[in-house]
Design a protein around this ligand. Structure first.
Ligand code: CTP
Ligand code: MG
Length: 194
């Protein structure tokens, strides 16, 4: 039983920079939209008004700061809670998880507009997992860049994200996401409860 809690803690821990980025974007977003209001030939916005530069940049930065804190705490936390790579490699890894989350979110919005769903409409599945897949994709890419740059010997994501952890994250994240969004709506930080 103790073992199960350790797995759960690790799964959440390594995704916290991505979760933090996603949540901070909601709180810190606003202003100029990432698509600058551009409408495509299907008559719909590129991303829509829900994706702003401030949300992307400040949300991503907040995720990197959370990554820095976890990286510093990892040796103290024990229980196999992971750091984010050797030396300065935590910077591209944390940035990959945080900004990747928001790029995944924006990519989802792009597709969501193309299939005709309005900004803020519920799209169960993509809405909850977009940022997980985006975080993994950019962390994988920047993990390779860290190797090329001589910052790391191995790809952090490939070494850290084992199959059982990936499965736990894919199952747990939608539940956590829906719960935090419901609370965010309840306490007035978010327009809709999903
Ligand atoms: N947000 C932002 N910039 C981002 C991401 C999010 O400003 N890059 C803010 C917006 O205020 C957005 C809110 O966070 O409305 C919630 O994010 P999300 O649920 O991802 O966007 P939606 O408004 O639901 O838009 P979409 O339908 O495109 O997902
Ligand atoms: Mg939404």
């Amino acid at each position: 039983m103790a073992e199960a809690w350790v797995w759960l803690a690790q799964a959440i821990w390594l995704m916290l920079p991505a979760y933090a980025a996603n949540m901070s974007a909601v709180k810190l977003g606003g202003g100029t939209p990432m698509d600058f209001g551009k409408v495509l030939r299907d008559g719909r916005r590129v991303f829509g008004p829900g994706k702003t530069w401030r949300g992307f940049l400040l949300g991503g930065l907040a995720g990197v700061l959370v990554g820095a804190a976890l990286h510093a705490l990892a040796p103290l936390a024990g229980n196999g809670l992971t750091d984010f790579g050797p030396g300065a490699a935590w910077v591209p890894i944390a940035a990959g998880l945080a900004f990747g989350a928001l790029l995944g979110d924006a990519t989802k919005s792009f597709v969501k507009r193309r299939v005709g769903k309005e900004r803020g409409a519920a799209w169960y599945g993509p809405d909850q997992l977009d940022f997980v897949l985006g975080a993994w994709a950019l962390a994988l890419l920047l993990g390779e860049a860290a190797i090329w740059a001589g910052l790391a010997q191995e790809n952090w994501l490939r070494a850290t994200l084992t199959l059982p952890l990936a499965v736990i994250i894919l199952v747990l994240t939608p539940a956590l996401h829906l719960a935090t969004n419901w609370l965010g709506h309840r306490y007035g930080h978010k327009e809709v409860p999903w």
